[in-house]
Design a protein around this ligand. Structure first.
Ligand SMILES: [Zn+2]
Length: 449
């Protein structure tokens, strides 16, 4: 891929984003020690954790030492928050009166975790998002529409503030319904948008069916930033979104407890840059715990948010799995590049008929076949002692004539990419559930049978 002509204007923070790896490491270790010391002094939870491991903040002297620091998991945060003092337990590192923001995790994997932030933390959130949006081409001349429910979930809140920080004009499309949002985008000629992949596809569908609007032709959205699901990093799903909207679609990755720690840039290199200025991200070998630096080897993602103060995120075990990319990105950033998709939550990967399967692999197949609708559902049950897996799909009305070809393509590709045979259930078009937030397309009913 060609180098970009106006290289300097690609970066939100040109100094940090082109710093050598050695300098970035130095800075990360320095900041890591600082946040560790902060948590050690101010939170009983962290102090206990480190004392039990026989560790003092001063023991961390190098990048390699970081691995000695015990991991924090979501479940630990959940437990600590059920204890006094209310409501955050003794993981909170600032006096309660300094907390200005409350958000919580979506609770898809259990009881939600609360996330307190100070005003300074909230500013940090938008700084992290400013890196993302600037890298994806957001500038002062953009008019950005946010079609999401502004509520207790972090979602695109920080994206809103980051767009303002860059100087964009921001339209909060909060409680409007999907049709009203589409009409507002049309009326105001918004040219950028942030939403989950599921909603991006759902909106295009509603625009066409209910309003007779073809987003690619009739609307002016030219860049879309996704979050919440891996879709924008799955090539076939990205392509569907880009075709439906006539727009560039970019991914980002983050979590409520961590922050927005990675992003795709305009080069669309088939992966995500880690924000090495604000986070320390390491990949650990799942079995040995060894730090993985070389490309092509999958590891568990462990993350520290280097500047988050109220409820620090230090050595957080994200349960996600990824690998480093081989080649540097044409955009010229020195921020490291993660290859392809961050493989679902490690928790989502499950064994069916003895084969390990990630729901994103099924999505990749379904979305790559022309003539299939965007919605699908996977249901795993037990028939006697055997696992049984059913894929529910929709065929587009104008593709009904090719039904047999489509179904045989689908079966072949599924077998090839996931090593499993499925029962295929074709449902009438528009009858499978549509999701606005995180889609629940993978249903494992084996435990209940
Ligand atoms: Zn790049």
């Amino acid at each position: 891929m060609k180098k970009f002509s106006n290289q300097k204007d690609l970066y939100w923070n040109p100094m940090m984003e082109t710093l050598s790896l050695e300098r970035l490491r130095e800075l990360q270790v320095k900041k890591f020690r600082k946040i560790l010391e902060w948590a050690y002094k101010r939170s009983k939870f962290h102090r206990r954790l480190y004392q039990e491991a026989g560790l003092k903040p001063g023991d961390i002297k190098s990048y390699e030492d970081v691995v000695k620091v015990p991991k924090v998991e979501k479940a630990m945060m959940r437990d600590i928050q059920r204890k006094d003092p209310f409501p955050y337990g003794d993981a909170l590192c600032v006096p309660l009166e300094e907390v200005t923001e409350f958000r919580q995790t979506s609770g898809t994997t259990g009881t939600p975790v609360y996330q307190p932030d100070t005003w300074q933390d909230w500013e940090w959130w938008s700084e992290a998002w400013a890196y993302i949006l600037y890298a994806q081409g957001y500038r002062r001349t953009d008019r950005v529409f946010l079609p999401f429910g502004y509520n207790i979930f972090v979602a695109f809140w920080a994206g809103h503030y980051a767009a303002e920080k860059i100087g964009c004009e921001v339209i909060p499309g909060g409680v409007l319904d999907t049709e009203a949002r589409i009409l507002k985008i049309q009326e105001l000629r918004a040219n950028a948008m942030m939403a989950t992949p599921t909603y991006v596809l759902g909106m295009a569908d509603t625009a066409k069916k209910k309003l007779g609007i073809d987003p690619a032709r009739d609307l002016t959205i030219r860049k879309i930033t996704c979050a919440g699901e891996p879709g924008a990093s799955i090539p076939s799903t990205k392509q569907r979104m880009e075709e439906a909207w006539g727009a560039k679609v970019y991914d980002h990755i983050g979590a409520t407890e961590i922050g927005a720690w990675g992003f795709e840039c305009i080069a669309q290199p088939g992966g995500l840059h880690v924000n090495d200025a604000l986070f320390l991200v390491q990949l650990e070998d799942i079995e040995t715990g060894e730090i993985i630096e070389e490309p092509g080897r999958k590891g568990k993602i462990v993350i520290t948010a280097l500047d988050r103060m109220a409820q620090p995120c230090i050595q957080f075990d994200s349960k996600d799995v990824a690998e480093w990319a081989k080649d540097p990105c044409p955009c010229g950033r020195t921020f490291r590049l993660i290859k392809g998709v961050v493989v679902g939550r490690a928790d989502d990967i499950t064994k069916v008929k003895g084969v390990l399967i990630a729901p994103s692999a099924i999505e990749e197949v379904v979305r790559s076949i022309k003539g299939l609708g965007d919605e699908f559902e996977v249901v795993v049950t037990k028939k006697g002692d055997l696992d049984d897996i059913t894929l529910k799909i929709e065929i587009l009305p104008d593709a009904e004539g090719n039904r047999e070809t489509i179904l045989s393509q689908l079966k072949d590709q599924l077998r090839l990419k996931t090593n499993l045979g499925y029962n295929i259930d074709v449902h009438p078009f528009n009858s499978l559930p549509r999701y606005e937030v995180k889609a629940k397309r993978f249903k494992d009913l084996r435990k209940h049978n």
